[in-house]
Write a protein that binds this ligand. Structure first.
Ligand SMILES: NC(=O)c1ccc[n+]([C@@H]2O[C@H](COP(=O)([O-])OP(=O)(O)OC[C@H]3O[C@@H](n4cnc5c(N)ncnc54)[C@H](O)[C@@H]3O)[C@@H](O)[C@H]2O)c1
Ligand SMILES: [Zn+2]
Ligand SMILES: [Zn+2]
Length: 381
C-alpha cells in the first residue's frame, strides 16, 4: 500500500463490505480509487456505529443498495487530494460529513438551512459529482453510504463533505461529533432553541436522545423527561441530565397522558429520537397547546409516513424535523470541537465500547441488542 499526493494511485486496503441486507459484514480487500477533482482521500482513524447505519443495512424501509460499505460517523487524516482542492492538504485531521456544505447554493447561502442542494444527503450509494463509486472488489463496484463509507481503512469523500479540525483534538472521541452527538445538541440548541426553565420530553435515550438531554441541561431546562422501553437506559440517562425516566412498558395508561399530567398539560418541547414514526404522534400529543414544539430526528425503521390529528396543529403545536441538528457542517462543527476542548460539552461519556476494526460485527450486535450507546471502531494504525 503506497501513495503520493502528487499522483495518487489506487490503494488496496481492508473494508467491511455488506453484501446483502442484514448479512454480517465481510472483511474484503477493496480497491479505493484516487480522489477525483474536488475530492479527498482519507485514512480513517476511528468510526463509530450510528443507528442510521443499522437501519440502512437492515433496509426494511429503504431501497436495498448492495454490496455496500456503511459508516458515516468518522474521523481521519487526509492521505491525498484531488485536482482543484485548496482547502485540504495531506496530513490534515478531518471529520467526515454525511450531509455536506457547498457554501454556494440557495440553501447554503440562505442563512436558514443546512440542507445543501449540491452535497446534501446522498441516497443512491454513489458519489455526488459523477454518480459513480470509488470502491471495487475484484473489479465489481461497491456502493457508498451517504457518500462517506467509513467502514474502510481508506475512503474518498467530496471536499465539501469533510471539515478540518484541530490536530490536538483526540480523533477517537471526536468522531462522535460527525453525526449523533452533534445532531442531538443541534436539535436542542439550533432547532428547538430550548429556553431556561422549560420542560422537555425525549423519546429514545440512545446517543442522539441523550445528546438532546445534554443540550437541554446546558440551556437550564427545569425538567427533562426521558422515555425509553429499555430499563437499562435509566441509570446512564441521569448523567446526561434526564430528571425523570418513563418506561412505557411499566405504564397502565398511554405515555402522553402521563407526560401531560406531570408537566401540567404538556411539555414545552418534545423530541423523537427513536426512528418510529408512530412515536412522532405520541411526541406531539405530549407537548402543550399554544407553543408546544416537537422535533423529530429519527430515521424510520419501517413505516415512513407520519399521521397526526389536525387538532394537534390547530391548537398551536409545531412539528419540525432536522438533519444533523440543523448545523451547517463545515461552518459550525469547529465550534463544537472547541467547546469539547474547553470541556463545555461531553463526548467521552457516550462511548460505551471500543473495538478493533475486525470486530465490527460485534458493534452491530451490541446496537441491535440495545447494549451500547456508541461503539468506537479503531482502524489499524
Ligand atoms: N436526524 C439526524 O441527523 C440523525 C442523526 C443520527 C441519528 N439519527 C436517527 O436518530 C435515531 C436515534 O439514533 P441513536 O443512534 O441514538 O439510536 P439508538 O438505537 O442508540 O437509540 C434509540 C433508543 O430508542 C429506544 N426505543 C426503541 N423503541 C422505543 C419505543 N417504542 N419507545 C421508547 N423508546 C424506544 C431504544 O431502547 C434506544 O435506547 C435513529 O433513528 C437514527 O437513525 C438521526
Ligand atoms: Zn448517524
Ligand atoms: Zn450548498
Amino acid at each position: 500500500m503506497s501513495s503520493s499526493t502528487k499522483h495518487p494511485h489506487v490503494i488496496t486496503c481492508k473494508a467491511a463490505v455488506a453484501w446483502g441486507a442484514g448479512e454480517a459484514l465481510v472483511m474484503e480487500e477493496v480497491d479505493v480509487s484516487p480522489p477525483q477533482p474536488m475530492e479527498i482521500r482519507i485514512k480513517v482513524v476511528c468510526t463509530s456505529l450510528c443507528r442510521s447505519d443499522v437501519t440502512a443495512w437492515e433496509s426494511q424501509a429503504q431501497i436495498p443498495i448492495f454490496p455496500r460499505i456503511f459508516g458515516h460517523e468518522a474521523s481521519g487524516i487526509v492521505e491525498s487530494v484531488g485536482q482543484g482542492v485548496t482547502e485540504f492538504e495531506e496530513g490534515d485531521h478531518v471529520l467526515t460529513l454525511f450531509t455536506g456544505e457547498c457554501m454556494k447554493c440557495k440553501q447554503c447561502t440562505s442563512g436558514k438551512s443546512n440542507i445543501c442542494q449540491v452535497l446534501g444527503l446522498e441516497r443512491r450509494g454513489v458519489m455526488h459529482s459523477d454518480q459513480k463509486t470509488r470502491f471495487s472488489v475484484k473489479g465489481k463496484p461497491i456502493y457508498h453510504y451517504c457518500a462517506v463509507s467509513s467502514f474502510s481503512e481508506y475512503t474518498v469523500v467530496h471536499s465539501g463533505c469533510a471539515v478540518k479540525v484541530s490536530s490536538i483534538a483526540p480523533l477517537d472521541k471526536l468522531c462522535l461529533l460527525s453525526c449523533g452527538v452533534a445532531a442531538g445538541l443541534g436539535a436542542a440548541w439550533k432547532v428547538a432553541d430550548i429556553s431556561e426553565g422549560s420542560t422537555v420530553v425525549i423519546f429514545g435515550l440512545g446517543t442522539v436522545g441523550l445528546a438532546v438531554a445534554q443540550g437541554a441541561k446546558l440551556r437550564g431546562a427545569s425538567r427533562i423527561i426521558g422515555v425509553d422501553t429499555n430499563p437499562e437506559k435509566s441509570e446512564k440517562a441521569k448523567a446526561f441530565g434526564i430528571t425523570d425516566f418513563v418506561n412505557p412498558n411499566d405504564l397502565h395508561e398511554p405515555t402522553q397522558q402521563v407526560i401531560k399530567r406531570i408537566t401540567d398539560g404538556g411539555a414545552d418541547y418534545s423530541f423523537e429520537c427513536i426512528g418510529d414514526t408512530g412515536m412522532i404522534t405520541t411526541a406531539l400529543q405530549s407537548c402543550c397547546d399554544g407553543w408546544g414544539l416537537t422535533v423529530t430526528l429519527g430515521v424510520p425503521k419501517v413505516k415512513p409516513d407520519v399521521t397526526a390529528h389536525y387538532a394537534l396543529f390547530l391548537t398551536g403545536r409545531t412539528l419540525k424535523g432536522c438533519l444533523f441538528g440543523g448545523w451547517k457542517p463545515k461552518s459550525d462543527l469547529p465550534l463544537l470541537v472547541d467547546m469539547y476542548l474547553r470541556e463545555e460539552i461531553q463526548i467521552d461519556e457516550f462511548i460505551t465500547h471500543n473495538m478493533p476494526f475486525e470486530d465490527i460485527n460485534k458493534a452491530f450486535d451490541l446496537m441491535r441488542e440495545g447494549k451500547c450507546l456508541r461503539c468506537v471502531i479503531h482502524m489499524p494504525k
